[in-house]
Design a protein. Structure first.
Length: 102
C-alpha cells in the first residue's frame, strides 16, 4: 500500500493476499491520510480472529483452513503410496465488515 501511495496512481481498493497484509495496508493508508473505507476499500483473506477487531473491522474471505490442511495431508499420503490424486477446490465465503464500505 505504501508503494502504491508513493507511485501516486489513483486507486480506490486493495485486495490483500492475507488479513495481516490487509491490516498493514490499512495502517499505511491511515499514515498517508487516507480513510478506510471512505477513500480506499480494503479486503483481506483468511478471516483471522484479529480481522473483526481491526479499525475498521476488516472485510475478508473465509476458507476452512482446517479442512484444507486435512485434504493436503490426505493427498500427500496418496501420492506417497503411488495412488492417483485429484485437485480439490474448497468453497470460500465473503465476510463483509466495514473496511469495504458495507
Amino acid at each position: 500500500a505504501a508503494e502504491l501511495i508513493e507511485r501516486g496512481g489513483a486507486f480506490d481498493g486493495v485486495y490483500a493476499a492475507s488479513d495481516l497484509i490487509a491490516i498493514g495496508a490499512m495502517r499505511a493508508l491511515a499514515d498517508a491520510g487516507l480513510r478506510v473505507p471512505e477513500d480506499v476499500a480494503v479486503v483481506g483473506f483468511d478471516d483471522i480472529p484479529m480481522a473483526r477487531f481491526a479499525t475498521p473491522p476488516l472485510t475478508t474471505i473465509f476458507q476452512d483452513t482446517k479442512r484444507a490442511g486435512e485434504l493436503l495431508v490426505e493427498t500427500l499420503m496418496r501420492q506417497v503410496h503411488g495412488e492417483a490424486t485429484q485437485s480439490i477446490t474448497l468453497p470460500a465465503s465473503l465476510v463483509v465488515r466495514k473496511s469495504s464500505g458495507a
